[in-house]
Design a protein around this ligand. Structure first.
Ligand code: G3H
Ligand code: 13P
Ligand code: ZN
Length: 312
């Protein structure tokens, strides 16, 4: 099995009423934890790389690590650029072997978003690469850019057909109330998603794959582990897993998860040092962190995404 595109994955996910997990990767242990879980459950995977991750770990290192994961697991794995913000960044990832890119023009006007997205689609499709666009704006933090909840906006369903037709994108990220990071709702606020918007988008774009960003559930077990071991993450709150499961059974074919990986890794390492203050070999704390990521991803695949057993 070589690195694949998302085309067949999304077709199968849409028809089967499940979603593919798109997990953000930054280093070897994260890639190993995610791909070992997927291998045990025979699940298709998307590994996604943000501009910040690419700067941190280097494009070639990440590609080689992902190629190693494909060789080790034999799974269909797509490599995706998360939140590309310029044509040049998307082009560089396409030229460097990514099979999918996101061009996030959601902070531009509708017309400028279309223009930029179309430019990326033309370049990507000529090279057999898939493109994800975005309409609507999520709150939260991406690459140190903080979008306040006042600046966030829901996707307008009446715009989606025109956007998809004029740009030629292969999938569309929409804003229905999810947000990036570990603090998705205000203290005391009841988590809610606009399923009415998702339904209307689905009606207007039958069979078309929809993407949900900001979809970590901020697993309480790991928040507790952080708080009990010297950290401070009071009021961390994510998207309830039953809502994600519902979205996966609808038109949502790709669910993005980064914060839950960070929490599993950080919680486990904090606990490890609290229990073993004299340890200083990185393998001593990275091995349990990798195991925690594996367990967390296995849970997502089986209980939230529903893509276990779906790798072809
Ligand atoms: O949506 C953002 C992802 O969580 C990636 O975060 O840009 O800090 O790598 P990052
Ligand atoms: P979370 O912060 O909810 O994990 O979202 C990640 C994401 O959307 C990456 O694009
Ligand atoms: Zn995102």
């Amino acid at each position: 099995m070589a690195i694949v595109t998302t085309t067949q994955m999304f077709k199968d996910a849409y028809a089967g009423g499940y979603a593919i997990g798109a997990f953000n990767v930054n280093n070897m242990e994260i890639i190993q934890g995610i791909t070992e879980a997927a291998k045990e459950l025979n699940a298709p995977l998307i590994l996604q790389v943000s501009a910040g991750a690419r700067k941190y770990a280097n494009h070639t290192y990440l590609m080689k690590l992902i190629e190693a994961a494909v060789a080790e697991t034999g799974l269909p794995i797509a490599v995706h650029l998360d939140h590309g913000d310029t044509f040049e960044l998307c082009k560089s990832c396409i030229d460097g072997g990514f099979t999918s890119v996101m061009i996030d023009g959601s902070h531009h006007s509708f017309e400028d978003n279309i223009k930029l997205t179309k430019q990326v689609v033309e370049y990507a499709h000529a090279k057999g690469v898939c493109v994800e666009g975005e309409l609507g704006r999520l709150a939260g933090i991406e690459d140190a850019v903080n979008v306040s909840s006042e600046d966030a906006s829901y996707t307008r369903p009446e715009e989606v057909q025109e956007f998809v037709e004029r740009t030629g994108v292969d999938s569309l990220a929409i804003a229905i109330g999810t947000s990036h990071g570990a603090f998705k709702f205000k203290p005391g606020q009841k988590p809610q998603l606009r399923f009415d918007i998702l339904e209307e988008v689905e009606r207007r774009l039958p069979g078309f794959p929809i993407v949900l960003h900001g979809a970590s559930s901020v697993i309480p077990e790991y928040v507790k582990m952080i708080n009990e071991n010297g950290g401070k993450m009071d009021d961390a709150i994510g998207i309830p897993e039953d809502m994600l499961r519902k979205a996966a059974s609808m038109a949502v074919c790709k669910i993005n998860i980064d914060s839950d990986l960070r929490l599993a890794m950080t919680g486990t390492i904090r606990k490890h040092f609290a229990e073993n203050p004299s340890h200083f070999d990185p393998r001593q704390y990275l091995a349990p962190a990798r195991e925690a990521i594996k367990g967390m991803v296995a849970h997502k695949i089986k209980d939230v995404l529903g893509c276990d057993g779906k790798a072809k």
